[in-house]
Design a protein around this ligand. Structure first.
Ligand SMILES: [Ca+2]
Length: 240
């Protein structure tokens, strides 16, 4: 009896702790990008653009579920032709990749490779934090693309962008990177935004996981901006 009471008490304690923690995370750290882990959905993860199977892929990695893989080494002409075909018929089977002898003739030396998230609403005046897990041979770009509603064209038009460029990445080891940003600070009419994962030069294989956009406080924004300004300082040191 005493034992079961103890277990019951512990269960209650854990339940209470769990609720408290969930409430804290929900209040401060809700991921506004639905399915930022890429794990939900069928062939294409929910809320993300389809991978074309030649330069962009959704693959599984142990312990991470599904991740994004991009290969920017593929020949540019082949990539462009395939992207056109894939757009017309997403069920078509991708060709075997061609790797050109001229290393500048790859898609990474030109247009690059990307996949986009779905659009989310932008709150006026709100500070946000973008976070991504990344591993690869060099720095890719994770963009935030902001849009305003064009009254004449009755469509969303480009109005804002900022980028996260992972500093000092590792080919084998995942690292987590973040920036702070505020879409309406200088472009107050921005209403929507999305994430664009983008790999280009140097040609190589790039991996991404756990894309997160969350609302942050002005204090958290100041901390992130400090970190962002430290990067050019480090660059300066390298050149000395
Ligand atoms: Ca994942």
């Amino acid at each position: 009896m005493k034992n079961s009471f103890y277990i019951f008490n512990n269960t209650l304690l854990f339940a209470a702790l769990f609720l408290l923690m969930s409430a804290a995370f929900a209040a401060e750290h809700e991921n506004l990008i639905v399915n930022g882990s890429f794990d939900k959905g069928e062939k294409t993860p929910d809320n993300w653009e389809a991978a074309n199977g030649l330069t962009s892929f959704y693959i599984n990695e142990e312990g991470r579920g599904r991740i994004v893989k991009m290969d920017s080494r593929v020949d540019r002409m082949q990539s462009l032709a395939w992207m056109k075909k894939f757009k017309e018929d997403p069920t078509a089977a991708p060709p075997e990749p061609v790797y050109s002898k001229d290393k500048y003739a790859c898609i990474g030396g030109n247009e690059g490779v990307w996949v986009d998230s779905g659009l989310i609403d932008v709150k006026p005046g709100q500070n946000y934090k973008l976070t991504v897990d990344y591993k690869g041979p060099s720095s890719p770009i994770v963009w935030i693309k902001g849009f305003l509603f064009h009254p004449v064209r009755k469509d969303y038009a480009d109005a804002y962008q900022t980028r996260l460029v992972p500093d000092n990445p590792d080919k084998e080891k995942w690292k987590t990177y973040s920036i702070g940003f505020n879409p309406t600070d200088r472009t107050p009419k921005v209403e929507k935004m999305k994430v664009r994962i983008y790999a280009y030069w140097p040609a190589g294989i790039y991996y991404f996981d756990n894309v997160k956009v969350e609302e942050i406080t002005p204090e958290e924004m100041v901390e992130l901006q400090k970190k962002r300004e430290e990067v050019p300082e480090k660059e300066k040191d390298k050149k000395k």
